[in-house]
Design a protein around this ligand. Structure first.
Ligand code: G6P
Length: 612
């Protein structure tokens, strides 16, 4: 949430910062702004997208080799020009961008106001820059020392970058609970919320830890210290990210590209971890902790949003195959109640970004209770990846569309492999069924490819239901969480109200809503509950609902009663979510496009939710 980018070096800073902000726009798009140093500080900020900022800055003085930029997801203060970052100090010497929330901003503001500070925005951020200014003035401190002192007073989460026109050869950054990466180029430095704005220039990065402050100097030196002034020597990491992975690659939207990448990304998530022919599965992250996992009393899965839906399927997988009790928790709930978590529990955090504040906080709480922490993360080097005891990357590559698609299916792959690996270790699965599932896993990418060829049919169905005010998604067993995910995808990007329900629960409420204007999307691929699903469809039809059924290829019975059927290839039931979610992603995509919605940047949402 909120993207930060900063540059100091020999090149013009503005183009680098603007390009960086475009890459970080997935983190928020309520407003954007830049400050460039050229003798004086030139600050430009605008409500709206990065493009609006660019149009606004056109023709203005933006030359300079040091600058900072920000793209905002509003927390404190409406999305408008005055609340856009950067925020400048009262004496106009300092300019600062911030991602996070300063929770004690009200008391700090009051104290600063008494000292004569006046504020021009409604943000918590502006307080911070005034506080730094105050310490500089009062105690005659260097920028980095004043930042250190101010951050010791701040309660909450922050990634900040700040510079001072009186110290024109340095930039200072700091983080706590919000990400900040330092990029080390040749005679130049970058600071950014993630590595995407940096990768064009250098693959050498340092991931800052919480409560660390970095000072980068134009002479090529830099220093990282803690809030308590201890010097930190970080290992420089080399990241493996290609610029093409950050482009749309000929697709109209990132979401469409990411949906179509799934045959490849699913394969990548499995690569080197499974061999059906030789009959083995090996999930690297589990190996060093296998005994603890085999002996675990419980697995607790903590996640948010789409990752939480993947977690629900994880529950079915681990319980079904490895016979271990599982609880799936919204990270935001888990962290604030008083849960029973013991040393013999494994807490599994699922997160595409690896930065979700609630998931991270739930892990911190679980660590204090002694549980083993396992991360299933996409973003390499992210906070959750670094915080957990062990884990597995899902290797889906950068996901930029705000609505998660390929990360979800890759999370399912890793969860399935983990459940199978554990089942094998515990002896809770027969050799025959194990092999069968391995072969079925290896077939998934080509089956996904086959589903993607149904695009025209799904687009047609989208035109039929695009104006519906509501939609209901039903599923049973492994496909119940897919109903939730299908409904979330539709809500997120097309703004149609949708609910996902266990098919049998429909009778306990949602059935009251069904009439001819209500499309009901039914996952009907389960072999085990087939007859029951057919009955549920009959119940919808009896109330004039419109049924769109996702069925297994060759199904004839449902075809007779449903208004539309989408036929997908058969697979083993535990793997069926990997296939049944694909048509739902495609359906939401087409509906959103037909409704002229901004598919990649839906209103009010952000991809990386780094505030509570
Ligand atoms: C946001 C995103 C969702 C994502 C959720 C959890 O709401 O828009 O797509 O599922 O955060 O994010 P994570 O990065 O932890 O998976």
């Amino acid at each position: 949430m909120c993207g930060i980018v900063a540059y100091i070096g020999n090149k013009e800073a503005y183009p680098i910062i603007i390009e960086g902000l475009r890459r970080l726009e997935y983190r928020g798009y309520d407003s954007a702004g830049v400050s460039i140093l050229n003798g004086d500080i030139h600050t430009y900020k605008k409500k709206g997208k990065v493009k609006d900022l660019e149009d606004f800055v056109e023709g203005k003085n933006k030359s300079g080799t040091l600058g900072i930029g920000h793209t905002r997801w509003a927390t404190h203060g409406r999305p408008n020009d005055k609340n856009a970052h950067p925020h400048n100090s009262g004496n106009s010497d300092l300019t600062l961008v911030h991602n996070g929330i300063i929770e004690n901003y009200a008391s700090l503001k009051e104290a600063l106001a008494e000292l004569g500070h006046t504020f021009t925005s409604d943000t918590d951020t502006e307080i911070l820059v005034h506080l730094i200014e105050e310490y500089q003035k009062r105690d005659d401190l260097s920028l980095e020392k004043a930042v250190q002192k101010a951050l010791k007073k701040a309660v909450g989460a922050y990634a900040i970058v700040v510079f001072d026109k009186k110290s024109p050869n340095k930039i200072v950054g700091a983080r706590k609970s919000s990400p900040l990466v330092l990029g080390l180029g040749k005679d130049e430095f970058f600071l950014a919320s993630d590595a995407t704005p940096i990768i064009k220039f250098t693959n050498k990065v340092i991931y800052l830890n919480d409560e660390e402050i970095v000072t980068v100097n134009r002479d090529g030196s830099y220093e990282v210290v803690t809030l308590d002034d201890e010097v930190q020597n970080h290992e420089v990491k080399e990241i493996d990210l290609k610029i093409e992975e950050l482009e749309k690659g000929g697709y109209d939207h990132f979401m469409l590209k990411e949906i179509h990448q799934q045959p490849t990304t699913i394969f990548e998530s499995m690569r080197g971890r499974i061999n059906a022919e030789e009959g083995w599965i090996l999930v690297g992250g589990m190996q060093d902790h296998m005994k603890r996992m085999v002996d675990a009393d419980r697995i607790i899965i903590a996640a948010c949003g789409t990752s939480w839906h993947a977690g629900l399927i994880g529950e079915y997988l681990f319980e079904d195959l490895a016979r271990v009790p599982v609880e799936v928790e919204y990270a935001s709930e888990l962290r604030y109640r008083n849960p029973v978590i013991r040393e013999r529990d494994v807490v599994l955090a699922l997160s595409q970004s690896g930065e979700t504040a609630d998931t991270l906080a739930a892990l911190e709480m679980a660590r204090n209770k002694g549980a083993l922490l396992y991360g299933i993360v996409n973003n390499v080097g992210s906070s959750i990846a670094r915080f957990t005891d062990c884990g597995s990357y899902i290797h889906a590559g950068p996901e930029i569309g705000v609505a998660s698609t390929k990360a979800f299916t890759s999370q399912l792959v890793v969860l399935t492999l983990m459940a199978l690996n554990l089942a094998k270790e515990k002896g809770t699965i027969s050799e025959g069924y194990f092999r069968k599932l391995l072969y079925a896993m290896e077939d998934i990418p080509k089956k996904v490819e086959q589903i993607l060829t149904l695009d025209e049919q799904i687009k047609y169905i989208a035109t039929e239901i695009k104006d519906a005010p509501n939609a209901l998604y039903l599923g049973r067993g492994y496909n119940f969480p897919i109903a939730l995910e299908g409904a979330l995808k539709l809500k997120e990007i097309s703004y149609i109200h949708a609910e996902g329900y266990p098919a049998a629960e429909m009778k306990h409420g949602p059935i009251a809503l069904i009439d001819e204007s209500m499309p009901v999307i039914v996952m009907a691929t389960n072999v085990s509950a087939y007859e029951k699903i057919v009955s549920n469809i009959q119940e919808v039809k009896a109330r004039k609902g419109m049924v769109i059924a996702i069925v297994t290829e060759g199904d004839t019975e449902i075809k007779k009663i449903a208004d539309y059927t989408i036929e997908i290839p058969e697979t083993e039931e535990p793997l069926s979510p990997l296939l049944s979610v694909i048509p739902l992603q495609m359906l939401s995509y087409h509906i959103a496009v037909l409704r002229n919605c901004n598919v990649d940047q839906p209103r009010n949402l952000a991809k990386s939710v780094t505030v509570e």
